[in-house]
Design a protein around this ligand. Structure first.
Ligand code: BGC
Ligand code: MN
Length: 392
């Protein structure tokens, strides 16, 4: 039949075929853009449903929590309900938050007010893009007491913020592992709060301070921040944040997308280039479900290095992948400090990490929470860690 056609008919048919193939390719391209993962670098759309913390949300963790000293805490009149002030005893406090009240349709006027608000836009309207990073701040003590600029006065007890004109789409805990870096913490608070408020998040900064002067365990502090933050509020999204990284662009949204997100993509001291593809250190974001699924961080990494690489392995092992914003947005300045001693065993632990994913993490977390302080600028937990044990 092909032979029976005139040559011009053949060429017309060939052209038609080419047009059809091109149209199919274009359609495929358009559909791939519509897929959420394709949009991830551009927008963050959290489709997580509002949920109260499930029964025993933090029940698997052995924590002793002591009552905080009187006088340092803000009272109920400072914003959040009194029961939010601190958890005492080993069982998690119910989260008496407005969001969960509104989910359950409680008739408190605050909850009613909140649900009457329109939901905040997907893209916050007042973002500026590149920011001027503040290298100066008020002393930490005055931030803690709430003396200072408007962003500080917008916070309620424990450094909690909710946008006033709309209902936030994301409930975010920013967890900062910490010891002995007051000046860095003051700078982080000064730079981070205004950015998070512009992003219209329902958020709180939770600083987890390691007591004593034994080897630092960044990963364990982040696990503790996760567990303790859930005792205070029904957070959906956790941002694990080094104290010495200051964001340079407010389009870098502090939210949790479909996949775990590494946020500190481009850091000045690394010449704004990603050091290696699997890096997950610095600043990273995971949903509550993702973090629970991977059993949190390993508790075995004492001293500097490796714990974030182990998390990166956990993420891949559980079928997730690391997502990132483009390097022109996910930019940070790093504050300088004396380098910690690297853990000489980190590669060994990393190589054998996989066989401990199920047993080393949130479900093997032991600590003693000595104090929970609800400062105006942030929540600070003082925690005592157990002595290091060798991995099996
Ligand atoms: C360490 C990581 C660290 C990275 C960048 C790696 O060698 O294992 O923990 O985040 O270097 O400094
Ligand atoms: Mn550092």
């Amino acid at each position: 039949m092909w032979a029976a056609l005139h040559s011009w008919q053949r060429s017309q048919l060939c052209k038609l075929l080419a047009v059809l193939v091109a149209a199919a390719l274009l359609a495929q391209c358009a559909f791939s853009l519509l897929e959420p993962r394709g949009l991830e670098p551009l927008f963050t759309i959290s489709s997580l449903p509002l949920r109260r913390p499930g029964p025993g949300a933090a029940g698997a963790y052995r924590a002793r929590t002591h009552a905080p000293p009187r006088g340092l805490l803000f009272s109920a009149s400072d914003g959040l309900p009194a029961a939010d002030a601190t958890a005492t005893g080993a069982t998690p406090a119910a989260a008496p938050d407005l969001a969960s009240l509104s989910v359950d349709g409680a008739n408190s006027s605050a909850a009613a007010n909140l649900s009457a608000l329109p939901i905040c836009p997907v893209l916050p309207p007042n973002l500026e893009g590149p920011l001027k990073v503040s290298r100066e701040s008020a002393p930490l003590a005055s931030l803690q007491e709430g003396r200072g600029p408007a962003w500080l006065r917008a916070l309620s007890a424990g450094g909690h913020f909710r946008p006033s004109g709309c209902r936030a789409r994301h409930r975010v805990a920013v967890v900062v592992p910490y010891r002995d870096r007051a000046a860095h913490l003051a700078l982080l608070l000064t730079n981070l709060h205004p950015l998070l408020q512009k992003q219209q998040l329902d958020y709180r900064i939770v600083v987890v301070e390691q007591a004593g002067n034994g080897a630092f365990n960044r990963a364990m502090l982040m696990n503790i921040g996760f567990v303790e933050a859930l005792k205070l509020y029904d957070f959906q999204c956790f941002i694990f944040h080094d104290v010495d990284l200051l964001p340079e662009d407010d389009r870098n949204l502090y939210t949790c997308p479909e996949q775990p997100r590494h946020m500190s993509v481009a850091i000045d001291v690394f010449k704004y280039r990603l050091p290696y593809a699997d890096i997950f250190g610095g600043v990273s974001a995971m949903t509550r479900e993702q973090f629970q699924k991977v059993n949190g961080f390993s508790n075995m990494f004492w001293g500097w290095g490796g714990e974030d690489d182990d998390m990166s392995n956990r993420i891949r092992f559980h079928g997730y992948h690391i997502s990132r914003y483009p390097a022109n947005i996910a930019r940070y300045k790093m504050l300088t400090h004396r380098k910690q001693r690297a853990n000489p065993k980190r590669y060994e632990f990393l190589n054998t990490g996989r066989r401990r994913f199920r047993t080393d993490g949130l479900n093997s977390l032991h600590y003693d929470c000595e104090r929970t302080l609800l400062y105006r600028s942030h929540t600070q937990l003082l925690v005592r860690l157990p002595s290091p044990t060798a991995p099996s």
